[in-house]
Ligand binder design. Structure first.
Ligand SMILES: Nc1nc2c(ncn2[C@@H]2O[C@H](COP(=O)(O)OP(=O)(O)OP(=O)(O)O)[C@@H](O)[C@H]2O)c(=O)[nH]1
Ligand SMILES: [Mg+2]
Length: 318
């Protein structure tokens, strides 16, 4: 495992991909990998991008990559689709779209789906971020598809979160309902070449005004107009991302966020270990005895769970 870590540290993409597979597949090597990864303090900037399906997130990411590469920064991208059972492979359209960067050594693109990651997809994403950081990428972009609870949790990993809206989709109200307003550090109104963009911006401004979300923490959430397909507004978007980062630094919010995140990691890992232990227990003879009792009606589910709970913590065989 130490060898794998060293290889990742030297920038070997294949080793990085292997480590992410270990994370996704919950193989027995996972905890030793995580222990070694934990020794490295994440240095990369983490940018999250979310919004309704088809809003132009991947096209924007593509533009961001181009802009960042121009500044000589290397970029790692995690495209996370909680609704997709596919992992790692190349089945997400995002990979195809961003394929032109595939030959660029300074860019690494990886998709992750929902397939049975212990501890949840957000935890797996957090672990994958550590791998990308160890590979040496300066900026890590996390794109999530769709609008659900797990997306909100995944976006929590980012220092700066971009919420992408587009005209004609009734997006403001949808975004509001989905809880996206609260997590946005920056709003991007993409497809501003299409009719309705001005109206959308106006709606958004009203909503921000009404909810006062905009001025929470004294950060004025900007609205940036882009036409991702024409690479318009990307520079201004990069400028605002940088401004937000400086704001976080100045206010000490970054440090506070890091501390909270560390603490959260303790509990996430604890739950993950417990989940693993429960899963292992299901393969034991002891459990099949308990299951028999349950089926015969000798004990009810609560009683069985309580016995298991005790046994899990006093397992003499481990
Ligand atoms: N007119 C116009 N079309 C755009 C713009 N940006 C993206 N598109 C188009 O919108 C479609 C969806 O773009 P994507 O970048 O795949 O959007 P996405 O948000 O990543 O989509 P999902 O990942 O499926 O949720 C594509 O056909 C893009 O070419 C834009 O600024 N203007
Ligand atoms: Mg996409």
């Amino acid at each position: 495992m130490q060898k794998l870590i060293e290889s990742i540290r030297s920038g070997n993409k294949r080793s990085g991909a292997r480590a992410i597979s270990i994370i996704e597949n919950n193989s027995s090597e996972k905890i030793s990998l995580l222990k070694l990864l934990a020794k490295n303090k994440v240095k990369a900037r983490i940018i999250g991008i979310t919004g309704s399906p088809g809003a132009g997130k991947s096209t924007l990411v593509d533009g961001l990559i181009r802009q960042l590469r121009r500044q000589n920064l290397t970029v790692g991208i995690l495209a996370i689709d909680p609704s997709s059972p596919f992992t790692g492979g190349a089945l997400l359209g995002d990979r195809v779209r961003m394929q032109k960067h595939a030959t660029d050594d300074g860019v690494f693109i990886r998709s992750m789906g929902s397939r049975g990651t212990l501890g949840g997809l957000a935890k797996a994403t957090k672990d994958a971020v550590k791998v990308l950081d160890l590979l040496g990428y300066d900026v890590i972009i996390i794109e999530t598809v769709g609008v659900g609870q797990s997306e909100l949790e995944i976006m929590n990993l980012a220092e700066t979160t971009l919420v992408v809206l587009h005209p004609g989709a009734g997006d403001t109200i949808q975004a509001f309902k989905a809880g996206l307003m609260e997590i946005a550090d920056l709003f991007v109104v993409n497809k501003s070449d299409l009719p309705g963009a001005k109206k959308l911006i106006h709606e958004l401004e009203l909503l921000l005004e009404m909810t006062k979300i905009r001025t929470a923490n004294l950060w004025i959430t900007p609205i940036i107009e882009t036409i991702a397909t024409q690479n318009q507004g990307i520079e201004s978007l990069c400028g605002q991302i940088e401004a937000h980062y400086q704001f976080l630094l100045e206010k000490g919010i970054l440090e506070q966020k890091r501390r909270l995140s560390l603490e959260k990691e303790v509990f996430d890992t604890l739950f993950e270990l417990l989940e693993q232990k429960v899963k292992n227990y299901q393969d034991k003879e002891e459990y099949s005895d308990l299951r028999d009792m349950l089926i015969k009606g000798e004990k009810n589910p609560i009683e069985i769970a309580e016995i298991m709970f005790t046994n899990l913590f006093y397992d003499k065989n481990e």
